[in-house]
Ligand binder design. Structure first.
Ligand code: NAD
Length: 264
């Protein structure tokens, strides 16, 4: 019933500016959803399976006076492009025909392992979620993207330094950067900007297994950042908000570090 109430709220809301954020049930994606909602977008909160967490993000946005709804889709599924937008349509109700103004490809996984350790299945699954899925989601979105819209892809500072323990992850994020440039050229004639944002280490669930509750490691990472602290999800979300804004209308094809000066 959360979603039903939200759809009603949406109908009463200025609903011509829709932002879709993948993997928005937690972490950086949830922060991006909050920022875009605060900027007046109706936010479609995509999640994989944690419906309670997604509902929490939606509730928070509504409590703050914004508009949002959630929908689930597994980006590991081979038919991701079409399945993703079918799930979106089912949840969006009367908004399904409104062009999508902002698409943020944020969802991702980070599997650890050196080249010797990596199983083929894990390697391919990570590629599917981090690289293939954004490609297919954008491809299937093209007819529904608003001219003058924005695509923001979330990359990683792992592409900036040699981290052999996450070689497979780094490859997927290098591909995100490589996707951003030609796509910006291709969609420029429609006034659509395409950029990537590059976070460095942030204490989200993605890093919980090795970082959370480890103050020495957190201090070590903070010391590697010029700005002397570890990043927060909002530090990245605000840069996404900037890129989505009118002020960034002349910025496209860029891969922008938002790392606090990681290993400058
Ligand atoms: P997180 O693990 O907290 O969130 C990842 C999100 O992606 C979750 O909502 C999750 O449900 C979703 N997701 C994962 N697999 C999925 C699947 N198969 N189908 C659908 N959704 C799926 O991680 P985060 O730190 O918030 O990461 C967000 C993005 O930022 C990722 O692309 C990540 O690579 C990137 N990033 C994170 C860091 C960091 O240190 N946290 C650094 C650089 C880049």
């Amino acid at each position: 019933d959360t979603d039903l109430r939200n759809i009603e709220a949406l109908d009463a809301h200025e609903s011509d500016r829709i932002a879709v954020v993948t993997g928005a049930s937690r972490g950086i994606g949830a922060a991006i959803a909050g920022r875009l909602a605060a900027d007046g977008y109706t936010v479609a909160v995509h999640y994989r399976q944690d419906s309670a967490a997604a509902a929490g993000v939606v509730e928070k946005i509504i409590a703050a006076g914004g508009a949002a709804f959630s929908f689930a889709a597994d980006l590991a599924a081979p038919d991701t492009g079409t399945a993703f937008w079918a799930a979106y349509d089912a949840a969006a109700g009367s908004l399904r025909d409104v062009p999508v103004r902002v698409l943020v490809n944020n969802a991702g996984i980070a599997l650890h392992g050196t080249i010797e350790e990596f199983g083929a299945e894990d390697f391919i699954r990570q590629q599917q979620i981090n690289t293939t899925a954004p490609f297919l989601i954008i491809q299937a979105a093209l007819p529904r993207l608003a001219d003058g819209g924005r695509i923001v892809n979330i990359s990683s500072g792992a592409t900036r330094v040699a981290l052999p323990d996450i070689i497979g992850y780094t490859m997927t994020k290098g591909a995100i950067d490589a996707l951003t440039l030609p796509l910006a050229q291709h969609l420029g004639s429609r006034g659509i900007t395409v950029n990537a944002v590059v976070p460095a280490t942030i204490d989200t669930d993605m890093n919980a297994s090795w970082l959370r509750g480890n103050p020495d490691l957190i201090a070590d990472i903070a010391a590697q950042n010029a700005l002397g602290r570890i990043g927060e999800p909002d530090d990245v979300a605000d840069v996404v908000g900037l890129l989505a804004s009118h002020d960034a209308r002349w910025v496209t094809g860029q891969v922008i570090d938002a790392t606090g000066g990681y290993r400058l």
